[in-house]
Design a protein around this ligand. Structure first.
Ligand SMILES: CC(C)(COP(=O)(O)OP(=O)(O)OC[C@H]1O[C@@H](n2cnc3c(N)ncnc32)[C@H](O)[C@@H]1OP(=O)(O)O)[C@@H](O)C(=O)NCCC(=O)NCCS
Length: 182
């Protein structure tokens, strides 16, 4: 694990590195179709993972040498409980490392308070100051206008529409593709 693991602090949030115990919140939230149906690769029903399995599953995938994966917490929460997470990272597939992408979800109880917009903004500033990738891509299914807003409020521009497989829905779904160019 060699990526930068500093906390990132924004106006209302602390964006901290994940810990194994975050598995409980991931299990709880990813089991909800309202969350998994908006993500590409999470199945429904969700397969609950032990803390240990979850940590090992994510270790290689989410801790490449560059980029960040952070859990979102409220600054006024002394327990630093996970209310969501995001990753802004280069593709881990060999040969695709120059392709940076952003992905995220927020726990349902915390929706609609501007938290994901604020978290992504903090993460993007950190990534720009640390690695300054030329381009970062992101996307959302076309029935997810909230995610589109989060991206647009952070300067992402829609480039084209595709259809992408949704593991939870078990079908291809129309999808907006966005990019943020340096
Ligand atoms: C998408 C998601 C991350 C948004 O998190 P959030 O913390 O509620 O987002 P924010 O509050 O920062 O911003 C949401 C924006 O969408 C807008 N919005 C919400 N529902 C909307 C709708 N049905 N139509 C249009 N805009 C909508 C909000 O008004 C807000 O925009 P505004 O600040 O201009 O008013 C969260 O709903 C989520 O995790 N959903 C499930 C997983 C997911 O979709 N992940 C992203 C995959 S691409």
């Amino acid at each position: 694990m060699s990526q930068d693991l500093a906390d990132i602090v924004t106006e209302r949030l602390i964006l901290r590195p994940p810990v194994p115990e975050d598995a409980y919140v991931f299990n709880r939230e990813l089991a909800k179709f309202e969350i998994s149906s908006n993500l590409a690769r999470v199945p429904h029903p969700y397969r609950l993972m032990s803390v240990e399995d979850w940590w090992h599953f994510n270790w290689d995938r989410k801790f490449p040498a560059e980029g960040i994966w952070r859990v979102i917490c409220r600054r006024d929460d002394a327990n630093r409980s996970c209310i969501g997470n995001f990753a802004i990272q280069p593709d881990i597939r060999p040969g695709a490392e120059s392709l940076w992408s952003a992905g995220y979800w927020m726990a349902e109880e915390a929706w609609g308070q501007g938290y994901m917009t604020e978290a992504l903004a903090g993460g993007l500033t950190f990534v720009r100051e640390t690695w300054d990738p030329e381009k970062i891509v992101a996307g959302a299914f076309t029935d997810n206008p909230a995610s589109r807003r989060v991206l647009e409020k952070n300067g992402f521009v829609m480039t084209h529409e595709t259809t992408e497989w949704s593991e939870a829905r078990q079908t291809k779904v129309p999808h907006w593709n966005f990019e943020l160019v340096r």
